[in-house]
Design a protein around this ligand. Structure first.
Ligand code: NAI
Ligand code: MG
Length: 357
């Protein structure tokens, strides 16, 4: 029997609710499969721990995670704690030391879901956004001086390294090559940002030479928002910087029907460290504790995790269960215009997995 050790970090708010749901479908997946077992180890890291101890996770937290095969994450963020403290104190404190440099965000309109773009044929909106996840605008370089004085100054410096850009471009071209359309759009802003973004473009062109079978084009990020809305079928795989892809992927999630559905993987493609899987949404204070958070983004993320740890059959089974749920309007949570609860959706997913043949 194959054994996989999974670190489970629910975090805050609805993160706790959707990760509990995700663990139920993972356990059902292992039970139905019969070929593997999951050791799901919970960690109480997050804002509650910060209030108690002054730290979101222990100082050796990232090292503790190295012993696992993968990480399932919920969300972090609390109304009484500044968002830059929570993000840097937990999520980035994991992604950065574990060098999970490729953030992968598949987006498509699942059966039964209505896109705000109206009636789309399957395949009209079927994208993978690859986000640079280790440097760029979120490298953490910068500072504040003369605090509170009239001459106060603050800087956030974007960092683009040849090594960092090259590895994400190679990963993006490989991702595009593995998909039927073999098409990559490189998002940039090299008209206004004339150093880092120009290096980004140059390295993209260099890497493209190694992938003659992949068609590629270049888009300025502002024009990209228009193209995503007006010509979604012209896009397939997309690569963008940390900031640009952060914004574009929320737009993508909305175009695919709801942010509650969208999954993400923070990958170390070289597998030196465990990768981390999470819904793209945050802790959603407005619906915390109401039992109505959409768990589908976590289920899809869990399917990506199963795929990553080599359980492709179980991943496919879980995605079939997800598509059966979304196809049934009675199983839509309020973010999709329905009235279903997290629990009802989860029970239906578990039943679909166990009944799948
Ligand atoms: P959010 O994603 O938490 O919520 C935005 C809106 O979408 C809310 O109206 C919420 O109810 C709805 N929503 C989100 N997920 C949903 C789900 N699964 N089902 C149904 N509705 C859902 O983003 P917001 O409000 O900007 O941030 C709230 C907190 O979460 C902040 O502290 C923020 O820093 C944090 N955050 C954390 C992230 C992470 O841990 N990866 C990502 C994004 C935000
Ligand atoms: Mg975001």
């Amino acid at each position: 029997m194959r054994q996989h050790r999974i670190a489970v970090i629910p975090g805050d708010g609805i993160g706790i609710e959707v990760v509990a749901a995700g663990c139920r479908v993972l356990e059902a997946s292992a039970q139905r499969d019969g070929g593997f077992a999951l050791d799901l180890q919970p960690f109480d890291w997050g804002s509650e721990r910060y209030r108690r101890t002054g730290a979101f996770m222990p100082a050796d937290g990232a090292d503790q995670l190295r012993r696992f095969d993968a990480i399932l994450f919920g969300a972090v963020g609390a109304p009484d704690i500044a968002d830059h403290l929570t993000l840097w104190g937990l999520r980035l404190a994991i992604c950065q030391p574990l060098d999970q440099y490729a953030n992968v965000r598949p987006t498509r309109v699942l059966p039964g879901i209505r896109s705000p773009l109206g009636a789309l044929d399957p395949g009209d909106l079927d994208w993978v956004i690859v986000r640079e996840n280790s440097e760029g605008e979120y490298a953490g370089q910068g500072g504040r001086s003369h605090r509170g004085l009239p001459e106060e100054v603050a800087t956030d410096v974007s960092i683009f390294t040849r090594a960092g850009v090259k590895r994400i471009m190679r990963f993006a071209f490989e991702t595009a090559r593995a998909r039927p359309r073999k098409r990559l759009t490189i998002v940039t802003k090299s008209n206004a940002q004339r150093h880092g973004m120009v290096l980004w473009d140059e390295i993209a062109a260099e890497v493209a030479r190694d992938f003659p079978d992949v068609t590629h084009d270049k888009m300025l990020v502002d024009a990209m928002t228009v193209r995503m809305v007006m010509k979604p079928q012209s896009l397939d795989t997309i690569v963008a910087t940390n900031l640009h892809a952060d914004i574009l992927s929320d737009l993508a999630a909305a175009l695919a029907g709801s942010i509650g559905i969208a999954p993400t993987a923070n990958l170390d493609p070289e597998r030196r460290s465990p990768s981390m899987f999470e819904p793209i949404h945050g802790s959603a204070f407005d619906i915390t504790g109401k039992g109505i958070a959409n768990p589908v983004g976590t289920f899809w993320s869990a399917a990506m995790m199963l795929e990553h740890i080599g359980e492709g059959a179980a991943a496919a089974r879980l995605m079939r269960a997800v598509e059966r749920i979304t196809a049934d309007a009675a199983l839509h949570t309020p973010d999709l215009g329905g009235q279903a609860t997290t629990d009802a959706v989860t029970a239906a997913a578990v039943a679909a997995i166990l009944g799948d043949n």
